[in-house]
Design a protein around this ligand. Sequence first.
Ligand code: TRP
Ligand code: ZN
Ligand code: CA
Length: 441
Amino acid sequence: MSLSVSRRLAAVTAFAVTAAGLYAAATPAALAAPPAATAAAPTPPDIPVANVKAHLAQLQTIATNNGGNRAHGKAGYKASVDYVKAKLDAAGFTTTLQTFTSSGATGYNLIADWPGGDPDSVLMTGSHLDSVNAGPGINDNGSGSAAILETALAVSRAGLKPTKHLRFGWWGAEELGMVGSKYYVNSLPAAEKSKISGYLNFDMIGSPNPGYFVYDDDPTIEQTFKTYFAGLSIPTEIETEGDGRSDHAPFKNAGIPVGGLFSGADYTKTAAQAQKWGGTSGQAFDRCYHASCDTSANINDTALDRNSDAIAYAVWTLGAATPVPPGPSFENTTDVAVPDSPAPAVTSPITVSGVPGNAPATTKVDVNIVHTYRGDLVIDLLAPDGTAYRLKDSGSDSADNVVTSYTVNASSEVANGVWKLQVRDVAAQDTGYINSWRITF
Ligand code: TRP
Ligand code: ZN
Ligand code: CA
């Protein structure tokens, strides 16, 4: 077909950033944005579990010296806050002590900001620092508190310059009904709430008979954790021991994307769970949950180590605002002719198996279509249940071929099944074929 005025270069709606951070060759040069935000992210550190355990030993000593607990309103709680705050201050954080009153006693939230990053895009990481009255609260929740402290110190050691602004929070009076975190969220003006791009919660991550549970909430955060554990070949499960039972709940209720990790409380490990994770079936994940025996002996070091590393991975990855690293990928390289209009659509199938749960919000579709005029083509991704996701509309687009990547929010689709790339030619004369395509979860 000859080039008519109507086939002038039109706006390109496809976002063509490839995994390599380059703009796909098919993107007209004049429309390509500068590849500024795609620089390689720094490698997340391996958090030394010995350092996390040293913090737990300090929290245990604080409890021992203060009547056996670190509960809201008790001396052991304030001493815990002082310990964490001193470490953060020495590492260059800007710390803020927020006070509130609950059950007639003063409570404290400790907030620590890492200077720099985009003030309008804040990644927040939090854990409750209080125990119940019954004991020192080393797994619940010295474990989360110590792991995020060591992650914050690792941020300082790395001199990290993340894209996002990083903020950490240690909450008071969680055991009285998430009092501290509710107070913090309620104290934020709407404009400040809207700047928090995500909140990561860690409450009980070193359970002595551990499971590996990921909160089933924001898809990007969830996928980040799943990707980390997939890299260790450790199966995870969705956290079901009580949605909304920790400090992420007030953030979620305020419309902030949330996620987190959990190694189990008083629920019983099943035989199937013991099979894949080790440990003892028929026994609670944490037999000392909310009890006096939740001491520094009540920790599984391996779980604490893995979860601490997963936290650092998430802070580095989500804080750098780089795309979630790709999961499994499937390709079809068989050519499929795209007949000239008028003709029905053609499809190229890919059978996906072995991908647990739903597709991510960042499902990536790489398309390679050879064609003499791509403006003729309407391209859809068809999910296994037939739902169509429009990748590209027809229109004046005076170039050949479609060689580009699309990001699709397919988080409501089960990943396993037959996905199809559907291509329809809606204008006469130019023709071509699907050369190959790929879907990455
Ligand atoms: N501190 C929480 C509580 O006492 C522990 C807990 C139980 C939890 N179930 C959970 C934390 C699920 C996160 C997710 O209720
Ligand atoms: Zn807890
Ligand atoms: Ca045509």
